[in-house]
Design a protein. Structure first.
Lengths: 227, 227
DNA sequence: CTTGACATGAGACGGAGTATCACCCAGTCT
DNA sequence: AGACTGGGTGATACTCCGTCTCATGTCAAG
């Protein structure tokens, strides 16, 4: 498999040089040293060739999510980081593919499809972990959608300027997103006033030992805020 | 344009009856009363034909977002409802397309692409309204991703069981999602304690006339919660 | 050695999408 | 009126992707 992915990288380089449209499957097969028929058997299609590594990655992510014993938030974060790091580790192929995508709308669309696979994987996993009824389903659907969108956004940022800082930035943003979602949807605890319409939503982030401590903090913060 | 969309609907029915793969572009063109060449000029491709109405809808949404003077939350919600209602209004075409999609992976993939167009539209609009720096960019990216995912989820639910209740359910969930995002990311006001690590995040949803009123509500709610 | 499962190659085929050229039919200029 | 022009259309040829079928090679088990 490793050698196969290495070959994929060379073929992506070839496509870059000769152009996506200008390079026929016959040429690719010839360079790969296989027949046209075998090319389709192995890679599926000309497009699939370019994203062959994602199939591998999707399996890894699937395995990780299935086996992890982290809590939902940690597993979600680690899953996202797993995918992000994977792109950064295969820098050569990732960058070559990115250059190639600039040439072809068809390929950019295909990339969007791939990211949908990740989204679906995360969504289904969240649904099994949280349940797929009512609010929990919204969390699963929304968080998966938002998280993958965030991932793609930071990956694009990295592609424009490959630096390791972005990895850390992404991790922070991912944490924040997950926190906002899970606490906002009361997955890990939310308390609202029951007497009337909503007045304030209080999200507890740490251990609360004393109720008055919270009130003091709220009072202090509101005082700072008010004119 | 209306008559063109009406023709699209009949062609989708035709594709349903004869099968997506089994129906050639020649047949479609013949039924539409145009030549093969004209078919490609008008519809772009065989796939595009099936989603021709989405192009119209995307333009409408774009126009709505560009012209609206609602606040971000309301505009976002109304934009989503605009799209959702559009599917429900064109019930015949939407359901026919849904049946057609069951036949072909290719078409289902194409549909995912279409939803990405909506996502991009929302994201870019959010970025212009909120800014695309730091936290605000994360809100734009994440909210657009989550909102469209939620929309697709509820649309799928409606397709399995077309009832009007789902419209209302979707509206509530969309509202909730937007609120969670905007308040969670401090876009419309959030206050935290500044003395130490985060203890509680309080999101103010209504007009606050008195600080102690908030504290009372918080205290009451926490009391209810504690064992 | 034979057999059967499996990977590969060779070649034919169908069909999507593109490019080119000719045509028609407005509206416009002389 | 007659010539001109340009956008929309049809006819046709062409490229190339992806599939299918059949022949060949390989390897392991019996």
């Amino acid at each position: 498999m490793e050698s196969r992915l290495h070959l994929v990288t060379s073929l992506i380089h070839l496509l870059n040089e000769r152009g996506w449209d200008a390079t026929t499957v016959d040429e690719l097969a010839r360079v790969a040293g296989i027949s046209r028929a075998t090319f389709f058997r192995v890679y599926g299609s000309k497009e699939d060739l370019v994203f062959a590594d994602h199939a591998v990655m999707l399996e890894r992510l699937d395995a990780f999510l299935a086996e992890t014993d982290h809590d939902v938030a940690s597993a979600m974060r680690e899953g996202l980081m797993l995918v992000f790091r994977y792109h950064l580790e295969d820098k050569e192929r990732t960058l070559a593919r990115h250059r190639l995508l600039k040439q072809s709308v068809q390929l950019r669309n295909r990339e969007l499809l791939t990211s949908h696979r990740y989204e679906r994987l995360f969504r289904r996993w969240l649904q099994t972990r949280l349940g797929d009824e009512g609010v929990h389903d919204s969390v699963a659907v929304g968080l998966a959608g938002a998280a993958v969108a965030l991932h793609n956004s930071y990956l694009r940022r990295w592609l424009l300027n490959p630096s390791l800082e972005i990895l850390e930035q992404f991790q922070n943003e991912a944490k924040k997103l997950i926190r906002v979602f899970l606490s906002g949807y009361n997955v890990d605890g939310i308390v609202t006033d029951r007497t009337g319409g909503p007045v304030a939503v209080v999200t507890i982030l740490g251990e609360i030992s004393d109720t008055e401590e919270v009130c003091d903090a709220v009072r202090g913060a509101l005082t700072v805020r008010s004119p």
